[in-house]
Each structure stands twice: as C-alpha cells, then as structure tokens.
Design a protein around this ligand. Structure first.
Ligand code: C5P
Length: 231
C-alpha cells in the first residue's frame, strides 16, 4: 500500500493510453485519480483493472444530488473498493451526512471528501448563484460545513491551505490540484503552486496530471517530484 502524497490525475479518453501508463508507474509511489471522462467511458471495469495492478484509486465523480441518491452512489463506489471518493459540499450538510454514513458502513471505508467551490468559479459567478462574500469566505464556509458533517477532508486550491489549516483540525485532509513543478508548463491552470510549497503550506495530497501523464518519461517525472518534496 502506498504512503505517497502524490495522486496522479488519470485524465485519458482511451483505455490504451491509460493502461500503458499503469504499466509505467509504481503503485508504491503514487495513487491514481479516475474522473468523469474515463469512468463514463469504461465504468467500474477501469477502476478494477487499475486496482488489480496494485493502485489505490481516488474516484473523482463529485456526487451532488438528494441525500438518498448520493448515499446510494457513495455506497456503490465504496463497494468498488476505492480509496477515496468525493461529493459537492454545496449538496448540503444532510447530503454529506448521508454520504458519510453510507461509506462508513462499507467494508472498505474509503476517505470521503468534499469539493468546496470549483476553481473555475470567480466572484462574479458566485454572486450570480446567490453566494455572497469572497471566494475564500465561501471556500472556508463550505470546508467547515464538510468538517462538521464528518467528512475526511476537501479538495481545495493549494493557495487556500494556509487559511484552512488555521481554522480546521490538522488531520482534515486537504487535497490540492493546480500543482506544477518548477519550469513545467502550467497548461490551463491559472495560479499554480510547486509540489514542495504545497506540502509546506499544509496539503495532505497533491493531485498532479499532465506534468506526469504527458512527460516523455512519466516514471522519472514522478520520481523527480517526490525527490523535490520536503522530508
Ligand atoms: O493536468 P493537471 O495537473 O492540471 O490536472 C489536475 C487535475 O485536477 C484534473 O483532473 C482536474 O480536473 C482536477 N482539478 C483541478 N482543479 C480543481 C479540481 C480538480 O485541476 N479545482
């Protein structure tokens, strides 16, 4: 079982490329995040194939529905044996409590975390949705709600971890995308943080996609990132 802080975002539109990367990476050195595209294409089979190769899976489906429906979806995901899964905090406290009860009952008891705000939302969009206050205020409120609802952590920007660590318990998981090693293309990520700084600032796990998946040598890129982390 891996103790690595790296979760590789397994964003592929075909099984050939996905399984080719599985062969190149060491499950001791990372976990894999399977999202909506790969799961919609290949379903539980791709999760099982990846797990059969020794990898722990973060199933990133961001459930958001009425409590009964989310509860059943979380139970189904937990029964797949995934290591981590997530829901939207905007689904509310009742939905998050139903979700946590569902996974706690499962044999595997995965980490259930919440998405606070999508990083694609700016303040203007929040106000259109009726969410007053700044992005940071909304992130903090939703992360606190996830914590009080019993969830294990949140997905958040690595620029929000210092604020969240000041306000919420130190064992609350902060899972951060938007990570780029020094000198690597930021692609469409707006405000990136290096793997080293993200850990220093309180990230529990780093979600990293293209700097590894699109590298000429993904295993070497992963190793370089691990080497750059504080001890
Ligand atoms: O390739 P890259 O490292 O940018 O991939 C980051 C991963 O994290 C992608 O799967 C993306 O969907 C996800 N993500 C993100 N920002 C968020 C939430 C998730 O980049 N706020």
């Amino acid at each position: 079982m891996s103790s690595s802080k790296i979760i590789v975002a397994f964003d592929f539109d075909n099984k050939t490329d996905a399984l080719s990367l599985v062969k190149q990476l060491d499950p001791e050195l990372c976990r894999l995040k399977i999202g909506k595209e790969l799961f919609t294409l290949y379903g539980p089979d791709i999760v099982k194939q990846v797990q059969d190769s020794g990898f722990q899976v973060f199933l990133d489906l961001k459930f958001h529905d009425i409590p009964a429906t989310v509860s059943k979806a979380c139970k189904a995901a937990a029964n797949l044996g995934v290591w981590m899964l997530n829901v939207h905090a905007l689904g509310g406290a009742n939905m998050m409590r139903a979700a946590i009860e569902a996974v706690q009952d499962s044999a595997h008891s995965p980490h259930l975390i919440a998405v606070t705000l999508l990083t694609s939302h700016n303040e203007q969009e929040l106000h259109q949705l009726g969410l007053t206050g700044s992005v940071h205020e909304n992130v903090l409120r939703l992360a606190s709600l996830a914590f009080e609802s019993g969830l294990a952590g949140v997905v958040c920007s690595a620029r929000e971890t210092i604020l969240l660590r000041q306000k919420i318990s130190s064992d609350f998981l902060l899972v951060t995308p938007g990570i780029r090693p020094v000198g690597v293309a930021s692609n469409d990520q707006q405000r990136v943080v290096t793997p080293h700084d993200a850990i220093i600032n309180g990230s529990s796990y780093l979600v990293i996609g293209r700097p590894i998946t699109q590298a000429d040598n993904p295993a070497a890129a992963l190793q370089q990132i691990i080497t750059s982390l504080p001890i």
